[in-house]
Design a protein around this ligand. Structure first.
Ligand code: NYM
Ligand code: MG
Length: 213
C-alpha cells in the first residue's frame, strides 16, 4: 500500500490557513482519499492545555519553556502521525515546526535564535509539501483584525513574516510552495488543490517519510 503524504499549512495568523486546510481535507476525502486533519498546537492534550492557557494570557511561561512545550506537543503526536502515514492515510496539518521556529524567534530574545529554536524539531517527520499562505501583516489585519491571543500583534507578525522569508532561503524552505493568500478564497483553493494533487501523485511511494535533519 502506498504511504500517505504529510502536507502542512503555514502562514501568519489570519492568512486563511484553517479555512483552506479544512477545505483541502474535505476535497481530498470526497475524492476517496484516506485523509486526516490535525492542527498544532493541539490544545486537547495536557501539554496543549498549558499552551492554550499561555496563548490566552491566563498563565506566563519563560520563553524557552513555552517553545519546548510547543515542540513537545508535536513530539507527542509523532507516533500517531507515522502510524497514519504508514497505513496509507495522508495527514494534513494546520501549522507545524516552521511556526514553532518563527514565532519563538520573533520574540527577539537573544538566546532564542532561529537555529536554537529549530534543534528540538530535529527528527520530526519532514513534510512532503508545505503550503505557505503568504500575506502581509497589514492585509491580514484587515480581515477583521486579530483576536486576543498572545502574538496577535502587528510588530510581532511583521517579524514572523520576515522569519518565514528567511526560512524560505534555507533547506527547510525547499518544501515550501508559496501561495499568494491575498487572492480570492477560490483562487487560493484552486492553487492549493493543484499543488496537493501533484504532491500526492508524484511523491515516490517507495520513498520513506523523511525526517527533519
Ligand atoms: N504557535 C504555533 C507557536 O508559537 N509555536 C508553534 O509551534 C505553533 C504550532 O500559536 N499565533 C503560535 C502561532 C499562533 C498560535 O495557533 C496559535 P493558531 O493556529 O492560531 O491556533
Ligand atoms: Mg491564531
Amino acid at each position: 500500500m502506498p504511504r500517505g503524504k504529510l502536507i502542512v499549512f503555514e502562514g501568519l495568523d489570519r492568512s486563511g490557513k484553517s479555512t483552506q486546510c479544512e477545505s483541502l481535507v474535505s476535497y481530498l476525502s470526497e475524492r476517496g482519499l484516506s485523509v486526516k486533519h490535525r492542527r498544532f498546537p493541539d490544545r486537547t492534550t495536557p501539554i496543549g492545555q498549558m499552551i492554550n492557557n499561555y496563548l490566552q494570557g491566563q498563565s506566563e511561561q519563560e520563553d524557552h519553556v513555552i517553545h519546548l512545550l510547543f515542540s513537545a506537543n508535536r513530539w507527542e503526536a509523532v507516533a500517531a502521525i507515522e502510524a497514519d502515514i504508514n497505513a496509507g492515510t495522508t495527514v494534513v496539518i494546520d501549522r507545524y515546526y516552521y511556526s514553532g521556529c518563527v514565532y519563538s524567534a520573533a520574540k527577539n530574545n537573544p538566546s532564542l535564535t532561529l537555529a536554537w529554536c529549530r534543534h528540538p524539531e530535529e527528527g520530526l517527520p519532514r513534510p512532503d509539501l508545505c503550503l505557505f499562505l503568504d500575506i502581509s501583516a497589514e492585509d491580514a489585519a484587515k480581515r477583521g483584525g486579530w483576536g486576543e491571543e498572545r502574538y496577535e500583534k502587528k510588530e510581532l507578525q511583521d517579524r514572523v513574516r520576515q522569519l518565514f522569508t528567511d526560512i524560505r532561503a534555507t533547506d527547510d524552505g525547499s518544501d515550501f510552495v508559496t501561495i499568494n493568500a491575498g487572492q480570492s478564497l477560490e483562487e487560493v483553493e484552486r492553487e492549493i488543490r493543484r499543488h496537493a494533487e501533484s504532491c500526492i501523485s508524484t511523491t515516490d511511494d517507495a520513498s520513506p517519510l523523511r525526517r527533519i535533519q
